[in-house]
Design a protein around this ligand. Sequence first.
Ligand SMILES: [Zn+2]
Length: 382
Amino acid sequence: MSSFFKILKKSKKSKARLGLIKTAHGQIATPAFLPVATQATIKTLTPAEIKEIGFSALLCNTYHLYLRPGEKIIQKLGGLHQFMNWSGPIITDSGGFQVFSLGFGLEHGVGKIAGIFPENFKKPPKLVKPKLVKIDEQGAEFSSHLDGSKHQLTPQKSIQIQQALGADIILAFDECTSPLATKQYTQRAMKRTHRWAEICLKVKKRKDQSLFGIIQGGQWKDLRIKSAQFISQMPFDGLAIGGSLGKTKKDMLKILDWVIPEMPEEKPRHLLGIGYPEDLNKAIKKGIDLFDCVYPTRLARHGTFLTNQGELNILNSSYRRDKKPIMKNCSCYTCRHFSRAYLQHLFKAKEMLGPRLATFHNLWFINRLMKKIRKDIRNGKF
Ligand SMILES: [Zn+2]
Protein backbone atom coordinates (compact mmCIF):
# COMPACT_ATOMS: atom_id res chain seq x y z
CA MET A 1 0.00 0.00 0.00
CA SER A 2 1.30 3.45 -0.86
CA SER A 3 2.20 5.88 1.89
CA PHE A 4 0.09 8.56 0.18
CA PHE A 5 -3.29 6.98 1.01
CA LYS A 6 -4.16 4.50 3.72
CA ILE A 7 -7.55 2.89 4.27
CA LEU A 8 -8.10 2.64 8.02
CA LYS A 9 -11.50 0.97 8.03
CA LYS A 10 -14.13 -0.26 5.60
CA SER A 11 -17.82 -0.17 6.45
CA LYS A 12 -19.56 -3.54 6.56
CA LYS A 13 -22.91 -1.96 5.76
CA SER A 14 -21.89 0.00 2.66
CA LYS A 15 -18.88 0.69 0.45
CA ALA A 16 -17.87 3.63 2.67
CA ARG A 17 -14.27 3.76 3.81
CA LEU A 18 -12.33 5.69 6.41
CA GLY A 19 -8.92 6.77 5.19
CA LEU A 20 -5.97 9.08 5.53
CA ILE A 21 -4.18 11.02 2.81
CA LYS A 22 -0.64 12.15 3.63
CA THR A 23 0.79 15.21 1.92
CA ALA A 24 3.83 17.41 2.41
CA HIS A 25 1.54 19.92 4.15
CA GLY A 26 -0.26 17.55 6.48
CA GLN A 27 -2.95 14.92 6.45
CA ILE A 28 -6.51 14.77 5.18
CA ALA A 29 -8.86 12.44 7.08
CA THR A 30 -11.30 10.96 4.56
CA PRO A 31 -14.12 11.04 3.64
CA ALA A 32 -13.37 14.74 3.39
CA PHE A 33 -15.08 17.81 2.02
CA LEU A 34 -12.80 20.55 0.67
CA PRO A 35 -14.15 24.10 0.66
CA VAL A 36 -13.36 25.90 -2.58
CA ALA A 37 -10.95 28.83 -2.43
CA THR A 38 -11.50 29.84 -6.06
CA GLN A 39 -9.18 32.85 -6.07
CA ALA A 40 -6.89 31.57 -3.29
CA THR A 41 -9.41 32.64 -0.66
CA ILE A 42 -12.52 31.14 0.88
CA LYS A 43 -14.68 34.17 0.23
CA THR A 44 -15.20 36.26 3.41
CA LEU A 45 -13.13 34.09 5.81
CA THR A 46 -9.51 34.15 6.97
CA PRO A 47 -7.33 31.01 6.95
CA ALA A 48 -7.41 31.11 10.77
CA GLU A 49 -11.21 30.92 10.66
CA ILE A 50 -11.12 27.98 8.22
CA LYS A 51 -8.82 26.18 10.67
CA GLU A 52 -11.09 27.10 13.59
CA ILE A 53 -14.02 25.53 11.71
CA GLY A 54 -11.88 22.42 11.39
CA PHE A 55 -11.06 22.00 7.70
CA SER A 56 -7.63 20.61 6.97
CA ALA A 57 -7.56 21.06 3.18
CA LEU A 58 -8.79 23.43 0.44
CA LEU A 59 -9.26 23.36 -3.31
CA CYS A 60 -8.10 26.28 -5.48
CA ASN A 61 -8.94 26.93 -9.13
CA THR A 62 -6.06 26.91 -11.60
CA TYR A 63 -8.05 28.73 -14.28
CA HIS A 64 -8.66 31.77 -12.08
CA LEU A 65 -5.15 31.91 -10.59
CA TYR A 66 -3.55 31.50 -14.01
CA LEU A 67 -5.50 34.47 -15.38
CA ARG A 68 -5.01 36.54 -12.21
CA PRO A 69 -2.48 37.12 -10.69
CA GLY A 70 -0.67 34.51 -12.81
CA GLU A 71 1.15 31.39 -11.64
CA LYS A 72 4.59 33.00 -12.11
CA ILE A 73 3.83 35.71 -9.57
CA ILE A 74 2.54 33.15 -7.08
CA GLN A 75 5.63 31.00 -7.63
CA LYS A 76 7.92 34.00 -7.09
CA LEU A 77 6.12 34.77 -3.85
CA GLY A 78 6.83 31.30 -2.49
CA GLY A 79 3.99 29.24 -3.95
CA LEU A 80 0.29 29.03 -3.21
CA HIS A 81 0.61 27.97 0.45
CA GLN A 82 2.73 30.97 1.33
CA PHE A 83 0.87 33.36 -0.96
CA MET A 84 -2.50 32.72 0.70
CA ASN A 85 -1.06 31.87 4.13
CA TRP A 86 -2.59 28.38 4.21
CA SER A 87 -0.24 25.80 5.70
CA GLY A 88 -2.50 22.77 5.15
CA PRO A 89 -2.96 20.57 2.08
CA ILE A 90 -4.21 22.20 -1.13
CA ILE A 91 -5.68 20.63 -4.26
CA THR A 92 -5.71 22.54 -7.53
CA ASP A 93 -7.96 21.55 -10.40
CA SER A 94 -6.61 21.47 -13.95
CA GLY A 95 -8.44 24.53 -15.25
CA GLY A 96 -10.29 22.32 -17.73
CA PHE A 97 -13.60 22.45 -15.93
CA GLN A 98 -13.71 26.26 -15.94
CA VAL A 99 -12.52 26.56 -19.53
CA PHE A 100 -15.15 24.18 -20.82
CA SER A 101 -17.98 24.98 -18.48
CA LEU A 102 -17.59 28.73 -18.89
CA GLY A 103 -17.83 27.99 -22.60
CA PHE A 104 -20.76 25.60 -22.75
CA GLY A 105 -22.20 26.82 -19.47
CA LEU A 106 -22.65 30.34 -20.79
CA GLU A 107 -23.89 29.11 -24.13
CA HIS A 108 -26.20 26.35 -22.92
CA GLY A 109 -27.06 28.07 -19.68
CA VAL A 110 -26.17 24.90 -17.76
CA GLY A 111 -23.37 23.55 -15.71
CA LYS A 112 -22.41 22.00 -12.43
CA ILE A 113 -20.76 25.35 -11.85
CA ALA A 114 -24.14 26.75 -10.86
CA GLY A 115 -25.12 23.58 -9.05
CA ILE A 116 -27.75 22.97 -11.69
CA PHE A 117 -28.85 19.69 -13.16
CA PRO A 118 -30.85 20.18 -16.37
CA GLU A 119 -33.92 18.65 -14.64
CA ASN A 120 -34.27 21.92 -12.77
CA PHE A 121 -34.95 23.98 -15.88
CA LYS A 122 -38.37 25.40 -16.58
CA LYS A 123 -37.57 25.50 -20.28
CA PRO A 124 -34.96 23.16 -21.75
CA PRO A 125 -31.99 25.20 -22.99
CA LYS A 126 -31.12 25.11 -26.67
CA LEU A 127 -28.00 23.28 -27.73
CA VAL A 128 -25.70 25.61 -29.63
CA LYS A 129 -22.25 25.14 -31.01
CA PRO A 130 -19.67 26.45 -28.53
CA LYS A 131 -18.09 29.71 -29.66
CA LEU A 132 -16.14 30.81 -26.61
CA VAL A 133 -13.94 27.73 -26.53
CA LYS A 134 -12.11 26.08 -29.39
CA ILE A 135 -11.03 22.54 -28.69
CA ASP A 136 -8.60 20.42 -30.65
CA GLU A 137 -6.16 17.61 -29.97
CA GLN A 138 -3.62 20.06 -28.50
CA GLY A 139 -5.93 21.60 -25.95
CA ALA A 140 -8.46 24.41 -25.62
CA GLU A 141 -8.32 27.95 -26.83
CA PHE A 142 -10.48 30.32 -24.87
CA SER A 143 -11.15 33.95 -24.11
CA SER A 144 -10.55 35.23 -20.61
CA HIS A 145 -13.76 36.12 -18.79
CA LEU A 146 -11.84 39.07 -17.31
CA ASP A 147 -10.68 40.99 -20.37
CA GLY A 148 -11.46 38.85 -23.40
CA SER A 149 -7.77 38.10 -24.04
CA LYS A 150 -7.04 34.84 -25.88
CA HIS A 151 -5.38 31.94 -24.07
CA GLN A 152 -4.58 28.33 -24.73
CA LEU A 153 -4.66 25.62 -22.11
CA THR A 154 -3.07 22.28 -22.96
CA PRO A 155 -2.32 19.24 -20.79
CA GLN A 156 1.35 20.31 -20.73
CA LYS A 157 0.53 23.86 -19.76
CA SER A 158 -2.02 22.87 -17.10
CA ILE A 159 0.56 20.68 -15.35
CA GLN A 160 3.24 23.38 -15.65
CA ILE A 161 0.90 25.95 -14.11
CA GLN A 162 -0.07 23.57 -11.31
CA GLN A 163 3.58 22.78 -10.62
CA ALA A 164 4.30 26.50 -10.36
CA LEU A 165 1.35 27.03 -8.01
CA GLY A 166 2.65 24.17 -5.87
CA ALA A 167 -0.50 22.49 -4.50
CA ASP A 168 -0.11 19.08 -2.84
CA ILE A 169 -2.56 17.33 -5.14
CA ILE A 170 -2.99 18.36 -8.77
CA LEU A 171 -5.44 17.17 -11.40
CA ALA A 172 -4.93 15.94 -14.96
CA PHE A 173 -6.25 18.17 -17.74
CA ASP A 174 -9.52 16.78 -19.08
CA GLU A 175 -12.29 17.84 -21.39
CA CYS A 176 -15.43 18.37 -19.39
CA THR A 177 -18.46 17.92 -21.62
CA SER A 178 -21.87 19.54 -21.28
CA PRO A 179 -24.76 17.44 -19.94
CA LEU A 180 -26.41 18.28 -23.26
CA ALA A 181 -23.58 16.95 -25.47
CA THR A 182 -24.35 13.97 -27.73
CA LYS A 183 -22.96 10.51 -27.05
CA GLN A 184 -20.79 10.75 -30.14
CA TYR A 185 -19.26 14.00 -28.98
CA THR A 186 -18.83 12.78 -25.39
CA GLN A 187 -16.97 9.72 -26.67
CA ARG A 188 -14.62 11.87 -28.75
CA ALA A 189 -13.95 14.10 -25.75
CA MET A 190 -13.37 11.07 -23.52
CA LYS A 191 -10.76 9.61 -25.86
CA ARG A 192 -9.05 12.99 -26.02
CA THR A 193 -9.08 13.12 -22.20
CA HIS A 194 -7.39 9.70 -22.13
CA ARG A 195 -4.63 10.87 -24.49
CA TRP A 196 -4.21 14.02 -22.42
CA ALA A 197 -3.95 11.89 -19.24
CA GLU A 198 -0.87 10.17 -20.68
CA ILE A 199 0.70 13.54 -21.46
CA CYS A 200 -0.01 14.84 -17.93
CA LEU A 201 1.74 11.83 -16.37
CA LYS A 202 4.76 12.39 -18.61
CA VAL A 203 5.00 16.13 -18.03
CA LYS A 204 4.65 16.09 -14.24
CA LYS A 205 8.07 16.35 -12.58
CA ARG A 206 7.59 17.51 -8.98
CA LYS A 207 7.90 14.60 -6.55
CA ASP A 208 6.15 16.43 -3.71
CA GLN A 209 2.90 16.65 -5.68
CA SER A 210 0.40 13.85 -6.26
CA LEU A 211 -1.46 13.67 -9.55
CA PHE A 212 -5.06 12.50 -9.94
CA GLY A 213 -6.48 11.20 -13.22
CA ILE A 214 -10.02 12.11 -14.25
CA ILE A 215 -12.71 9.72 -15.44
CA GLN A 216 -15.05 11.11 -18.09
CA GLY A 217 -17.76 9.55 -20.24
CA GLY A 218 -20.81 11.69 -19.46
CA GLN A 219 -24.06 9.89 -18.77
CA TRP A 220 -23.35 6.74 -20.81
CA LYS A 221 -22.66 3.46 -19.07
CA ASP A 222 -20.31 1.96 -21.66
CA LEU A 223 -18.28 5.19 -21.89
CA ARG A 224 -18.07 5.64 -18.12
CA ILE A 225 -16.90 2.05 -17.61
CA LYS A 226 -14.38 2.33 -20.44
CA SER A 227 -13.02 5.58 -19.03
CA ALA A 228 -12.87 4.20 -15.48
CA GLN A 229 -10.93 1.15 -16.70
CA PHE A 230 -8.58 3.23 -18.82
CA ILE A 231 -7.73 5.82 -16.17
CA SER A 232 -7.57 3.20 -13.39
CA GLN A 233 -4.77 1.23 -15.03
CA MET A 234 -2.57 4.33 -15.27
CA PRO A 235 -0.04 5.21 -12.55
CA PHE A 236 -2.04 8.08 -11.02
CA ASP A 237 -1.92 8.66 -7.26
CA GLY A 238 -5.69 9.06 -7.07
CA LEU A 239 -8.75 9.19 -9.29
CA ALA A 240 -11.43 11.78 -9.79
CA ILE A 241 -14.84 11.46 -11.39
CA GLY A 242 -15.52 14.48 -13.53
CA GLY A 243 -17.71 15.79 -16.28
CA SER A 244 -21.43 15.71 -16.66
CA LEU A 245 -23.02 13.48 -14.06
CA GLY A 246 -26.21 13.07 -16.02
CA LYS A 247 -29.46 14.97 -16.08
CA THR A 248 -30.64 14.27 -12.55
CA LYS A 249 -29.21 13.35 -9.17
CA LYS A 250 -30.41 9.78 -9.69
CA ASP A 251 -28.21 9.67 -12.81
CA MET A 252 -25.27 10.74 -10.68
CA LEU A 253 -25.73 7.79 -8.31
CA LYS A 254 -26.11 5.42 -11.27
CA ILE A 255 -22.83 6.72 -12.70
CA LEU A 256 -21.12 6.04 -9.37
CA ASP A 257 -22.46 2.46 -9.46
CA TRP A 258 -20.92 1.95 -12.91
CA VAL A 259 -17.61 3.61 -12.25
CA ILE A 260 -16.57 2.72 -8.70
CA PRO A 261 -16.32 -1.08 -9.18
CA GLU A 262 -13.75 -0.37 -11.93
CA MET A 263 -11.61 1.84 -9.68
CA PRO A 264 -8.73 0.41 -7.63
CA GLU A 265 -9.43 0.02 -3.90
CA GLU A 266 -6.12 1.48 -2.80
CA LYS A 267 -6.40 4.91 -4.44
CA PRO A 268 -8.44 7.85 -3.15
CA ARG A 269 -11.57 8.73 -5.15
CA HIS A 270 -12.67 12.32 -5.63
CA LEU A 271 -16.16 13.26 -6.86
CA LEU A 272 -15.56 16.65 -8.44
CA GLY A 273 -17.86 19.59 -7.77
CA ILE A 274 -20.52 17.83 -5.70
CA GLY A 275 -21.39 18.86 -2.16
CA TYR A 276 -25.07 18.97 -1.19
CA PRO A 277 -25.37 17.33 2.26
CA GLU A 278 -27.64 14.52 0.98
CA ASP A 279 -25.28 13.86 -1.96
CA LEU A 280 -22.29 13.58 0.36
CA ASN A 281 -24.03 10.87 2.37
CA LYS A 282 -25.07 8.86 -0.66
CA ALA A 283 -21.76 9.14 -2.50
CA ILE A 284 -19.73 8.18 0.57
CA LYS A 285 -21.87 5.04 0.89
CA LYS A 286 -20.86 4.22 -2.67
CA GLY A 287 -17.16 4.58 -1.85
CA ILE A 288 -16.20 8.24 -2.53
CA ASP A 289 -13.43 9.72 -0.35
CA LEU A 290 -13.13 13.37 -1.44
CA PHE A 291 -15.50 16.17 -2.35
CA ASP A 292 -15.22 19.84 -3.22
CA CYS A 293 -18.04 22.25 -3.92
CA VAL A 294 -18.79 25.97 -3.86
CA TYR A 295 -22.35 25.24 -2.77
CA PRO A 296 -22.18 25.88 1.03
CA THR A 297 -20.19 29.10 0.64
CA ARG A 298 -22.16 30.41 -2.36
CA LEU A 299 -25.49 29.75 -0.62
CA ALA A 300 -24.19 31.57 2.44
CA ARG A 301 -23.46 34.72 0.47
CA HIS A 302 -27.07 34.71 -0.70
CA GLY A 303 -28.41 34.44 2.83
CA THR A 304 -29.22 30.73 2.78
CA PHE A 305 -28.16 28.71 5.83
CA LEU A 306 -27.76 24.93 5.94
CA THR A 307 -29.59 23.27 8.84
CA ASN A 308 -30.62 19.77 9.87
CA GLN A 309 -34.11 20.70 8.66
CA GLY A 310 -32.88 21.80 5.23
CA GLU A 311 -32.07 25.21 3.81
CA LEU A 312 -33.17 28.32 5.69
CA ASN A 313 -33.43 31.57 3.76
CA ILE A 314 -32.82 34.32 6.25
CA LEU A 315 -34.66 36.92 4.15
CA ASN A 316 -37.97 35.19 4.80
CA SER A 317 -40.25 37.67 6.59
CA SER A 318 -41.06 35.19 9.35
CA TYR A 319 -37.56 35.70 10.80
CA ARG A 320 -37.93 39.43 11.26
CA ARG A 321 -38.48 39.24 15.01
CA ASP A 322 -37.05 35.75 15.52
CA LYS A 323 -34.81 35.60 18.59
CA LYS A 324 -33.68 32.03 17.94
CA PRO A 325 -30.28 31.15 16.49
CA ILE A 326 -30.11 29.72 12.95
CA MET A 327 -29.88 26.18 14.30
CA LYS A 328 -30.55 24.84 17.76
CA ASN A 329 -27.58 22.86 19.10
CA CYS A 330 -25.15 24.39 16.59
CA SER A 331 -22.06 25.49 18.48
CA CYS A 332 -20.61 27.68 15.73
CA TYR A 333 -19.71 31.30 16.46
CA THR A 334 -22.71 32.57 14.46
CA CYS A 335 -25.29 30.43 16.25
CA ARG A 336 -23.81 31.09 19.70
CA HIS A 337 -23.98 34.86 19.35
CA PHE A 338 -26.64 36.02 16.90
CA SER A 339 -30.39 35.78 16.33
CA ARG A 340 -32.14 35.13 13.03
CA ALA A 341 -33.59 38.64 13.29
CA TYR A 342 -30.12 40.19 13.48
CA LEU A 343 -28.81 38.07 10.59
CA GLN A 344 -31.80 39.08 8.48
CA HIS A 345 -31.08 42.70 9.29
CA LEU A 346 -27.44 42.29 8.16
CA PHE A 347 -28.48 40.78 4.84
CA LYS A 348 -31.20 43.36 4.23
CA ALA A 349 -28.78 46.19 5.01
CA LYS A 350 -26.16 44.48 2.79
CA GLU A 351 -23.65 44.52 5.63
CA MET A 352 -20.50 42.48 4.97
CA LEU A 353 -20.79 40.73 8.31
CA GLY A 354 -23.89 38.88 7.05
CA PRO A 355 -22.13 36.78 4.38
CA ARG A 356 -19.21 36.25 6.77
CA LEU A 357 -21.37 34.85 9.56
CA ALA A 358 -23.38 32.76 7.09
CA THR A 359 -20.25 31.30 5.47
CA PHE A 360 -18.86 30.47 8.90
CA HIS A 361 -22.04 28.60 9.87
CA ASN A 362 -22.45 26.73 6.57
CA LEU A 363 -18.88 25.49 6.57
CA TRP A 364 -19.19 24.57 10.25
CA PHE A 365 -22.34 22.59 9.37
CA ILE A 366 -20.62 20.69 6.53
CA ASN A 367 -17.55 20.01 8.64
CA ARG A 368 -19.66 18.63 11.52
CA LEU A 369 -21.53 16.44 9.03
CA MET A 370 -18.26 15.02 7.66
CA LYS A 371 -16.89 14.49 11.18
CA LYS A 372 -20.01 12.59 12.14
CA ILE A 373 -19.81 10.42 9.01
CA ARG A 374 -16.17 9.58 9.76
CA LYS A 375 -17.07 8.74 13.37
CA ASP A 376 -19.97 6.57 12.23
CA ILE A 377 -17.75 4.65 9.78
CA ARG A 378 -15.18 4.16 12.55
CA ASN A 379 -17.90 2.81 14.89
CA GLY A 380 -19.47 0.60 12.24
CA LYS A 381 -22.67 2.66 12.15
CA PHE A 382 -22.53 4.11 8.63
ZN1 LIG B 1 -24.18 27.58 13.41
